[in-house]
Design a protein around this ligand. Structure first.
Ligand code: EPZ
Length: 425
């Protein structure tokens, strides 16, 4: 199994091009099920999660191609055409690899009146049920049952628009129910919806496909259409990747220009980085993060919350940075019940972190020293990369496949900016 080896201590300097967002690309690719026309998607990152979804969509009947003018053009858009649905089943093998694939259920149900999708299991960051998705589909008139590990949904006469009040602003449930409602009869109102930038990006794409959707604060109104049509859409840049590089620049006291980063999607994280001592400026096509002049990092308290609150997907990376703050910081994880798997690994590198329920108490400044470490999810793994960049000596990170799920060319991007990092196969 591949490992990543990092020798810490180098400042990061230079430019990084931020990739297209993984968490935006996945639902947007799935929205291709809603039409028999071609959906062209630009800026899709090359990641294993995208590959997994490609297999799932192909099993359902999609034909997926990369539209390259030149052979070398790796960033060419992809086209997805689901002219006919050849299967309405998404099986265990792929759905269990990636929870986001459960989103095919709403689109398949809307288009075919039936879907059979493997129940996604628990995962390293928490139990992550799908009850909110299923309750919403029932409200739209679907018959829902769980049988032999599969969720089976039926609406032979089609779905009917309705009022759906979400218990929690679940990102996935909001996306699933928006997609299902675009082809329902009449109007749907989803209240207490997620308004994460990735949800808004999906809505943007669906509108280009002919959907009628309006947003009013945390309410999403969908006027169902008979059909949707093909469109061309460019996926937003990955805000989590951008903030991860910003934190890497900060922890190494470097200076990075993050090309393509949209600071409007990162208001709170960038505000906090400024607050604890770093300089961040907007540039023509991104941001510049400067850690050269920072002497001491100030400790802070933060709580993960739905957007526009602090994103849980940046909690682990901020924790790595806060090990270098002078004083005590507290991170309260409010989204997932078990998203502290990186803590013990950071402690192995010399961090002083104490867990108290859903709170992590981080006392700095710690002298981090390289070690063999291992992580259990994507964002936890990258927090170990960040810690390793400022640790003394060599860190070996195991289970690199987590990183490959969500960070495009991570080693290359970091080594181009001066990090000593290599993959050991
Ligand atoms: C999305 O997951 C993201 N994944 C996650 O990113 C992200 O951490 C999460 O949103 C929160 O921002 C993708 O976009 C592919 P939720 P999702 O439904 O949609 C509970 C990453 O690293 N809940 O908003 O699965 C749930 O257990 C990943 O890229 C229910 O109780 O998250 C959690 O506590 C990890 N019942 C909370 O809601 C449900 O039916 C929020 O989950 C659904 C969710």
């Amino acid at each position: 199994m591949d490992k990543i080896r990092i020798i810490g201590g180098n400042r990061l300097n230079g430019k990084v091009s931020i990739s297209g967002s993984k968490n935006s690309s996945l639902p947007i690719m799935i929205s291709s099920i809603l039409t028999d026309d071609v959906l062209q998607i630009h800026n899709v990152p090359k990641l294993t999660d995208i590959k997994t979804l490609t297999f799932i969509l192909e099993e359902l009947g999609a034909s997926i191609n990369q539209i390259r003018v030149k052979k070398s053009d790796l960033s060419a858009p992809i086209s997805i055409n689901v002219a006919n649905i050849s299967s309405t089943t998404a099986g265990y093998e792929n759905v269990s690899k990636m929870r986001a694939s459960f989103l095919v259920i709403g689109a398949l149900l809307a288009r075919e009146g039936y879907a059979r999708v493997s129940m996604p299991g628990g995962c390293a960051i928490g139990t992550r049920p799908v009850d909110i998705h299923l309750k919403g589909l029932k409200t739209l008139g679907a018959d829902v049952k769980v049988e032999k590990g599969f969720v089976i949904v039926k609406a032979k006469k089609g779905l009917t628009g309705n009022y759906i009040q979400l218990e929690k602003p679940s990102v996935g449930a909001t996306q699933n129910l928006i997609m299902a409602s675009t082809l329902a009869k009449g109007e749907t109102k989803i209240s207490n919806a997620s308004i994460e930038p990735e949800v808004l990006d999906l809505i943007d794409c669906l509108k280009k496909m002919g959907a009628n959707i309006e947003i009013n604060k945390k309410n999403i109104l969908i006027d169902g259409q008979e059909t949707l049509h093909g469109a061309s859409h460019s996926v937003m840049s990955d805000r989590i990747e951008a903030a991860t590089f910003a934190i890497a620049a900060c922890i190494t006291r470097g200076n990075l220009i993050l090309k393509g980063c949209d600071p409007r999607n990162l208001e709170l994280p960038l505000y906090l980085l400024r607050n604890i001592g770093f300089q961040i400026k907007d540039t023509d096509d991104g941001i510049n993060v400067d850690g050269y002049l920072t002497n001491e990092i100030k400790p802070i308290d933060l709580i993960t919350e739905p957007y526009p609150g602090f994103p849980t997907d940046l909690q682990a990376q901020f924790m790595a940075l806060l090990t270098q703050a002078h004083g005590v910081s507290v991170i309260n994880e409010k989204i997932f019940e078990n998203r502290f798997m990186h803590v013990q690994e950071l402690v192995r590198m010399g961090a002083d972190i104490y867990l108290d329920g859903d709170k992590a108490i981080i006392t700095g400044k710690a002298n981090l020293v390289g070690a063999q470490v291992m992580a259990t999810d994507l964002r936890a793994s990258v927090s170990l990369v960040i810690a390793a960049l400022c640790a003394e000596g060599e860190t070996l990170i195991n289970r690199v496949y987590h990183l490959d799920r969500g960070f495009e060319n991570l080693e290359k991007k970091l080594s181009n900016c001066g990090a000593e990092i290599e993959r050991i196969r």
